[in-house]
Design a binder for this molecule. Structure first.
Ligand code: FAD
Ligand code: DHB
Length: 391
């Protein structure tokens, strides 16, 4: 088999890249270890920043998002006895959308199927070869057990944090910060108890009330790393969420409901540089991981791919290698901006057990919610800087 771009990974980064490349007249083949159903069902991110919505709109992928997603003007930030709304639209003119990664994935799969995109699901043994040359290839075993070879001009590593692309591109440097806590996340069949997301600081630990739709809520609790989700009964989860989110405060009530999914998510930052080695380009989680507090993981993957698609179209269609040469440096500016924002939100909202830290966090929260400058800084980063203005 031969194609222009061999894309490894059919998550949001890989499928969006194949879509944008096709719109620019560049062919690709996508390889994915999991089944189509497994990838579509993974419960992950839920917030699209303004810039991501713009990318999806300009790619013609926003029909269902506009019909079924929910546009939010901002978020609530709270700590015991105080809840404040930050109005991103009023502060920056930019909103965010509640639209699950599962839905983004479905839209991408439908759009790629509609034009006959070649996607090989359930492959195994994916291996990258000759990435230092301009004739790289990928070998894999297809779902019927046949050994296959895919020749390409470029390989795009969109295979997340456990895929083989990272190892195939020797990193000049990797930077890592492991946070000493995790999130216990639940999905529940109950109407959200809030119109917009609530990020709550509490002496027991951070809590977040998010949502997926008018009938499905998504909530998170800070828990010690290594927590077994099975050790938390449904009742204990709802009781602790009620305490941390302020049930009863100013008449606000948290309505519990049946929990349909639960998992523990460790929190870490990971950045590798450069994001390119020869003919191999990395995008999304294959290149960086952020802790989820700033809701940046999926958005950063979309921003990488918007940039990478333009760079590869310039190189493969127009014969201009410049944007591809600049890809890693340009992408890294946004990666570090989002890494900083995610670190800042994480350290402002998660309790460490140190009283000194708690007082600093409360001072920061009071400033962010009472100063227009403080609120605008958070809003600008959360709603997402325009792609290209992120340095
Ligand atoms: P992925 O979605 O990981 O896609 C990579 C794909 O590559 C996968 O489908 C994988 O199966 C495939 N692959 C791996 N190895 C191979 C191989 N050898 N050959 C072929 N294919 C391969 N972000 C937020 O903003 N908010 C959240 O609440 C949030 N929750 C998360 C919860 C979890 C459990 C995880 C893991 C991530 C979460 N994220 C969250 C981050 C967000 O989901 C990711 O940033 C986003 O999925 C990145 O997209 P991606 O396409 O780069 O990577
Ligand atoms: C969700 C996850 C986040 O990490 C976040 O900051 C906001 C929302 C969510 O899953 O809905």
């Amino acid at each position: 088999m031969r194609t222009q771009v061999a894309i490894i990974g059919a998550g949001p980064a890989g499928l969006l890249l194949s879509h944008l490349l096709a719109q620019g007249g560049v062919d690709s083949v996508v390889l994915e270890t999991r089944s189509e159903q497994y990838v579509a069902a993974r419960i992950r991110a839920g917030i699209l920043e303004h810039s991501s919505v713009e990318v999806l709109r300009s790619a013609g992928l926003d029909t269902r998002l506009r019909a079924e997603g929910d546009e939010h003007r901002g978020i609530y930030l709270q700590w015991p006895h105080e809840r404040h709304h930050l109005d991103f639209v009023g502060l920056t003119g930019r909103s965010v959308w509640v639209y699950g990664q599962t839905e983004v994935q479905k839209d991408l799969v439908a759009a790629r199927k509609a034009v006959g995109q070649e996607i090989h699901y359930e492959v195994s043994g994916t291996a990258l070869h000759d990435v230092s040359s301009d004739r790289p290839h990928v070998t894999f075993t297809d779902r019927d057990g046949a050994a296959r070879r895919l020749d390409a001009e470029v390989i795009a590593g969109c295979d997340g944090s456990f895929g083989p692309s990272r190892a195939a591109a020797p990193a000049a440097r990797t930077y890592e910060r492991v946070y000493p806590y995790s999130w216990l996340g639940i999905l529940a069949d109950v109407a959200p108890s809030t119109d917009e997301l609530i990020y709550a600081w509490h002496p027991h630990g951070f809590a977040l009330h998010s949502m997926r739709s008018a009938t499905v809520s998504r909530l998170y609790l800070q828990v010690p790393t290594g927590t077994d989700p099975a050790t938390w009964s449904d009742e204990r989860i709802w009781d602790e969420l009620a305490v941390r989110l302020g049930h009863g405060q100013d008449g606000w009530r948290l309505t519990p409901g049946p929990i349909t999914e639960r998992s523990v998510l460790p929190m870490r930052s990971h950045v590798r540089t450069p994001m390119r080695h020869g003919s191999l380009f990395l995008a999304g989680d294959a290149a960086h991981i952020v802790p989820p507090t700033g809701a940046k993981g999926l958005n950063l993957a979309i921003a990488d791919v918007a940039l990478l698609s333009r760079a590869l179209i310039a190189r493969l269609r127009d014969g201009d290698p410049g944007p591809a040469e600049a890809y890693s440096d340009t992408a890294q500016r946004r990666v570090w901006r989002c890494t900083h924002f995610s670190w800042w939100m994480t350290t402002m909202l998660h309790t460490s057990g140190e009283e000194f830290d708690a007082e600093l966090q409360l001072a920061q929260l009071r400033w962010v919610t009472s100063s227009r400058a403080g609120a605008t800084g958070l809003a600008e980063n959360y709603a997402g800087l325009p792609i290209g203005l992120d340095a």
